[in-house]
Design a binder for this molecule. Structure first.
Ligand code: ZN
Length: 129
């Protein structure tokens, strides 16, 4: 995740982007019929299938995010005192983007140090949850 936001919000952003991309592909594919007539039908077919796959992917991400948010821990943000949800041991507040952690070892480091740690962890593993 490259966004400086809470993980749940990042999932939603990706889901939305994929939905938009899928719809865009479908619209473009259908527009192919208008522009190229008979030959455009092939383009339309490919566009519709790709768009459908993309939207299925976004559905999967939404579903995954929903599953994850049921296991997310609800806490009160110490910075803005709002109820927020966090995934994993470290996450950002959904409202003020403050980095929150459950890991006592990481609790007293600055945001910059934490990002360096996360970057190091991300390069060795593919998941960052
Ligand atoms: Zn907050």
């Amino acid at each position: 995740m490259i966004f400086k936001t809470a993980k749940i919000n990042a999932f939603r952003t990706w889901g939305l982007l994929l939905t938009m991309a899928g719809m865009g592909l479908m619209v473009l594919g259908t527009a192919g019929i208008v522009f190229w007539g008979q030959a455009g039908k092939v383009v339309a077919g490919i566009g519709l299938v790709l768009g459908l796959i993309t939207m299925m992917g976004s559905l999967g991400i939404y579903f995954w995010a929903g599953m994850l948010s049921t296991s997310a821990i609800q806490i009160q943000c110490p910075e803005c005192s709002k109820q927020t949800k966090m995934l994993g041991k470290t996450d950002r507040c959904m409202f003020c983007k403050t980095i929150l952690t459950l890991d006592p070892n990481a609790a007293n480091v600055t945001a910059e140090e934490l990002e360096a740690q996360q970057a190091a962890a991300n390069s060795s593993t593919t998941t960052n949850l």
